[in-house]
Design a protein around this ligand. Structure first.
Ligand code: GLN
Length: 285
């Protein structure tokens, strides 16, 4: 088997026997540090043993189910190349829906908070689209904050980062709060068997019985961190749309609207902070 991997073409066949063609070719080209066009143009060219070993181990990781984004250490999101590590979720296409829904609600110089930013995907997409906005990104995990900062630096985007558990220690108010929070049910079978197996539980688990505990905490607490008339914009599970809309309603949000992702599934809910502000005499103004 190894003999046949002495050339570029041999490595490609090895990978293609084990993986779908596009994944195989991508992983081989990265393992050999060659543009993918070279895989086809220089099939006969010899490959050093160390490079062959990289192909074998990379293919093995993928065969074991590890996401390509973790193997390559990067993922595209909103037209940006982001570094990703197993410390954070891999940004997903449905989270681009979150950005799409939030953007029209963000004025040029708005104050925006991305709560639970992970690798920084949402905060950085907003910073790229609204260069004059003041974008703050929080996360409970120091490694995620460091990763967000690296991504911001690489992309030349300006985002303020804060280490925080939900809103703890966040004093100021924002015009818009956006979040892709943990919302997977603690008992979701995908956590053991499926594509979620490699991602951090901290970023996924939303609680038992439906995965809505963190969303409930977030929706409740966000009202105090939004200006009157400010917007909350959250991602949630495809089957959580109604429950999330009810949470928004219970906490006095208005103009509550659900949005579907590119797969047609309910995925994002927005609402405007009710704007209830008690005056010094305690009357609602
Ligand atoms: N979108 C992920 C999934 O359900 C979950 C992401 C999250 O919990 N924020 O596969």
């Amino acid at each position: 088997m190894r003999e046949s991997m002495a050339t570029i073409g041999g490595c490609v066949s090895y990978a293609r026997r084990r993986l779908p063609v596009c994944e195989a070719d991508l992983l081989v080209s990265r393992s050999l540090a060659l543009p993918s066009s070279h895989l086809y143009a220089f099939e006969e060219r010899a490959v050093a043993p160390a490079a062959t070993e990289r192909v074998v181990s990379t293919v093995a990781r993928r065969v074991d189910g590890e996401p390509v984004a973790y193997i390559l250490g990067e993922r595209g999101f909103w037209g940006m190349d982001l570094e990703v590590t197993p410390d954070t979720l891999i940004p997903r296409p449905e989270t681009e829906t979150l950005v799409e829904v939030a953007l029209p609600l963000i004025a040029a110089n708005a104050r925006v908070l991305d709560l639970g930013t992970g690798c920084g995907a949402v905060a950085l997409a907003i910073a790229a689209e609204r260069p004059h906005a003041a974008v703050t990104a929080t996360d409970i995990d120091p490694a995620s904050i460091a990763l967000c900062r690296r991504n911001a630096g690489r992309l030349g985007l300006s985002v303020e980062t804060r280490l925080a558990d939900c809103f703890d220690g966040i004093e100021q108010r924002f015009d818009l709060i956006v979040s892709n929070p943990p919302y997977v049910d603690n008992d979701d079978v995908r956590l053991e068997r499926g594509d979620l197996r490699f991602e951090p539980r901290r970023a996924l688990l939303g609680g038992p019985n439906g995965g809505l505990d963190f969303l409930a905490r977030l929706v409740g607490a966000a009202a105090d961190r939004l200006v009157p008339g400010g917007w909350l914009c959250v991602e949630h599970g495809y089957d959580q749309g109604e429950a999330v809309a009810s949470l928004f309603g219970e906490h006095g949000y208005r103009r509550i609207q659900g949005h579907r992702d590119y797969g047609g599934r309910p995925r994002v809910t927005v609402g405007m902070n009710g704007g209830y502000v008690a005056d010094p005499e305690g009357r609602p103004s």
